[in-house]
Write a protein that binds this ligand. Structure first.
Ligand SMILES: NC(=O)c1ccc[n+]([C@@H]2O[C@H](COP(=O)([O-])OP(=O)(O)OC[C@H]3O[C@@H](n4cnc5c(N)ncnc54)[C@H](OP(=O)(O)O)[C@@H]3O)[C@@H](O)[C@H]2O)c1
Length: 411
């Protein structure tokens, strides 16, 4: 690897893994690009191309991407399902990627709080009309300028300080899922010390952060997982107890269901509730259920929440049509709370906890740039867990800042 020392602004294209002089913006950049004519699985939909570098507006910033995080939304964008997301921004191509760490490379004329050279992570809440409305889109999903490129274009309000103790790849791994989990539990469900929380998918992207947040907030988390390695991960992250959902597979709602199947499901849900009592050491229901699984688990979530309990939900991996016995909701005065990503303020508060070391990234794998399609294909085939990153500008793993990166490039 070599370090470009060019000071001219006329650099055409920089190889992946190299970095030009601070603030020098090449004409073109390497990117993985989705186009409608190749919609399909990730190995087909995302192809390497050389693209023109974005122009920026007065409130925008160009960031030199050192590492990018992998999220399922890039897979949806590449499939063209459930919506053709290119229609939301109107361009004939799409650069996905809603998580990144990197260096501020160019700032718009109105940007005051950030300067070229600042090391940052990016939250993906992109405002449609900054200053006049809080209507949001997701950067790198509903916008075309995501992090699977050497340079990404973001609004300056999306920037957060990169936690100094993390490597580029660790810093790129957590934003979307962690800020979502933080918003769900802290801002929406407002968990309180002494409360108990049931966390579905506790070994997944959202779940690994839900567990850490519960612990930091003084709550006991009951983690639900489906394998021994995820059970161990959950305990390592501070879960009070773990349930393997394979032992309670009849709890899952699989429509259409006969009266007999419905009875079995209720019986299994009650047995699951008893397991929670055993783990808590008292006959007590959880005050909060952390939901994102959707159709399969939602009826149980409503049943399992305590009187006056809250079910907070941000997604529905197993289906959006939710069926449940509403009597349990009204008679016990429970609340269902919707939550969607986070805003700049809650992302900033959440990121502070990472800067302070109170919440840790759970990066299970880091891929090379050339493995970007493969990383997404593995996520598509449900072969990944935790969160994973991809090296973009960083020449190797383990580097934490621009000085170390330059030293690695020079060496
Ligand atoms: N609205 C937002 O802003 C937002 C943000 C982020 C994510 N999301 C959504 O939230 C969902 C989860 O995201 P993620 O990143 O955590 O995904 P993930 O890493 O794939 O984890 C999902 C977990 O769900 C569990 N699961 C899957 N099928 C299940 C079933 N039938 N019953 C019980 N558990 C099941 C799995 O855990 P086990 O197999 O170990 O039980 C899996 O680890 C996705 O639908 C995503 O689109 C929404």
């Amino acid at each position: 690897m070599t370090l470009s020392t060019e000071t001219s602004t006329s650099v055409d294209l920089v190889p992946i893994g190299q970095t030009p002089a601070l603030g020098v913006v090449p004409e073109k950049m390497h990117a993985f690009v989705i186009r409608p004519e190749r919609f399909g699985p990730p190995t087909k939909s995302m192809q390497p191309e050389q693209m023109p570098v974005w122009d920026i507006g007065p409130d925008e910033v160009l960031v030199w991407v050192m590492a990018a995080g992998v999220n399922y939304n890039a897979i949806w964008a590449g499939l063209g399902e459930p919506v053709n997301i290119l229609k939301s921004h109107g361009l004939p191509f799409h650069i996905a990627g809603s998580d990144a760490s990197g260096v501020v490379w160019k700032v718009g004329s109105n940007v005051r709080n950030w300067k070229v050279g600042d090391e940052v992570v990016i939250h993906c809440n992109h405002l449609v009309e900054p200053g006049t409305s809080d209507l949001q889109t997701i950067w790198g999903y509903e916008t075309p300028d995501g992090s699977f490129a050497q340079l990404t274009r973001v609004q300056s309000q999306q920037l957060l300080p990169k936690p100094k103790h993390l490597t580029w790849e660790e810093a790129a791994s957590y934003g979307l899922v962690y800020f979502t989990a933080h918003r769900m539990l802290i801002d929406r469900a407002e968990i309180q010390p002494g409360e108990d929380v049931l966390v579905w998918g506790a070994g997944g992207g959202l779940g690994v952060f839900a567990l850490q947040l519960c612990k930091a907030a003084g709550c006991r988390a009951i983690a639900v997982v489906s394998s021994a390695d995820k059970a161990q991960l959950a305990l390592d992250l501070g879960a009070h107890g773990v349930i393997d959902r394979n032992e309670f597979s009849d709890l899952q709602f699989r429509p259409p269901e006969s009266e007999e199947q419905a009875q079995t499901r209720l019986k299994t849900t009650k047995a699951f509730g008893k397991r929670i009592w055993e783990l808590l050491g008292e006959k007590k229901s959880v005050e909060v259920v952390f939901e994102h699984v959707g159709q399969r688990t939602f009826p149980a979530s409503v049943w399992l929440a305590a009187k006056h309990g809250r079910i907070v939900i941000c997604g529905a991996t197993t289906g959006y049509d939710l069926t449940f016995d509403v009597r349990h909701l009204w008679m016990s005065q429970k609340r269902i709370i919707g939550s969607h990503f986070a805003d700049a303020d809650s992302s900033r508060r959440a990121n502070k906890l990472v800067e302070q070391g109170l919440v840790k990234p759970v990066m299970t794998e880091c891929f090379e740039w050339t493995e970007l399609q493969n990383a997404h294909q593995r996520m598509f085939e449900n072969k990944l867990h935790g969160t994973v990153s991809i090296l973009v500008g960083a020449p190797r793993r383990g580097l934490k800042n621009l000085d170390e990166t330059r030293a690695a490039l020079a060496g």
